[in-house]
Unconditional design. Structure first.
Length: 356
């Protein structure tokens, strides 16, 4: 898509590139960053000082409100490169809308569309060499906003900083993924901020996830905070269950993130005439289906993970193994999604966004 970069975005190009220092065959997710970053400040009721500049550290007061009251929201996006060098993003309008929805919930200012897309276009053009072609390679995009007003009074900040980072990426999960169904801890509560990509949502998950990892599991599938009976989502993914030939996922609510990959999977299921239901699903229903041989698959869906098959789940100290299928829904959806993302096949949904 042709896009004119707004004049208010100043571009300061890095003198030299660090790309030759990076081993792209051994990337650790989210640990290496490209040559440039975007920064913009909110002051006096408006966004100003929009600039693309060399990646580097920030200077920020220890009294900035983000450190004390957690006003911080973020997004996760990806850019892809096809075999002809074309650069594409996947459903970026959804990410833009969602970060502003998150910001509103955290009493933070929304970010302007022209600056958001202008920054993305400028950065992806400058750092295009960091986007490697080939299935599985991508450039992870991390927009985020933080409260920067100095002061520890318990009130919303009146100053903010919006930043975008770029990080070359490969597969998020490798090998089998095993999960625990939560019976004690909750990810979010009714009326809370579970639907928002607020930083604190993820920080609160680390402790129970660490406990799960000590037992050999990679993720926790969170249950409702009242009964711990209804399965909702995992720490980094929305969750799908396949009972016989029917695909099931939990409905969105104020505890569950409105996942973009989740929405895409549901649309693909509709287009492929795969039976699917968006409804509440219980732990007992899943366990009974597994006992009867009706539980065929569980898989996660998310920007970083794309589609991640789950090989086993645990509940009440018992582990249940899932069958390995040759023609799984997970593999089918992942293949179709990646064909769209990497400009290999048609995109009847209009999800692919070309950066020109």
């Amino acid at each position: 898509m042709n896009f004119t970069i707004p004049q208010e975005i100043t571009i300061h190009k890095a003198d030299t590139s660090r790309i030759h220092e990076v081993d792209f065959s051994a990337l650790q997710f989210g640990s290496v960053f490209s040559d440039h970053m975007f920064s913009c400040d909110f002051e006096d009721g408006t966004w100003k000082n929009a600039q693309v500049l060399p990646y580097g550290p920030l200077t920020i007061s220890p009294a900035a409100k983000v450190f004390h009251y957690g006003q911080a929201v973020f997004e996760g996006m990806k850019a892809f490169k096809d075999e002809n060098g074309g650069i594409f993003m996947f459903r970026p309008e959804d990410n833009f809308n969602r970060i502003n929805k998150s910001a509103v919930r955290m009493a933070m200012p929304e970010f302007p569309r022209e600056l958001f897309f202008g920054a993305l276009h400028a950065m992806l053009k400058l750092d295009s060499d960091w986007i490697k072609p080939g299935l599985g390679n991508s450039l992870y995009i991390r927009p985020f906003s933080i409260a920067t007003q100095v002061g520890v009074s318990a009130s919303p900040s009146n100053k903010y900083k919006f930043i975008i980072l770029l990080s070359p990426a490969q597969a998020y999960y490798t090998g089998d993924v095993k999960v625990i169904f939560s019976q004690q801890f909750s990810r979010a509560a009714d009326g809370g901020v579970g639907f928002a990509k607020a930083a604190g949502n993820y920080g609160a998950q680390f402790y129970p996830t660490n406990l799960a990892r000590e037992r050999g599991f990679q993720q926790v599938i969170w249950t409702d905070s009242h009964q711990h009976e209804y399965l909702e989502e995992a720490g980094t993914m929305n969750i799908f269950f396949r009972l016989n030939d029917t695909l099931i996922t939990a409905p969105n609510n104020d505890r569950i993130l409105d996942g973009i990959t989740r929405k895409s999977v549901l649309k693909l299921a509709e287009a492929m005439n795969i039976p699917h239901e968006v409804r509440r699903i219980t732990v007992s229903e899943v366990k009974q289906a597994q006992t009867k041989g009706e539980l065929k698959e569980i898989f996660g869906a998310g920007t970083a993970a794309v589609i991640s098959p789950i090989s086993a789940f645990s509940h009440d100290e018992k582990t249940y193994e899932l069958p390995k299928l040759e023609n799984s829904y997970a593999a089918t959806f992942k293949k179709r999604l990646m064909e769209i993302q990497y400009n290999i096949s048609d995109d009847p949904f209009g999800w692919r966004y070309k950066v020109e």
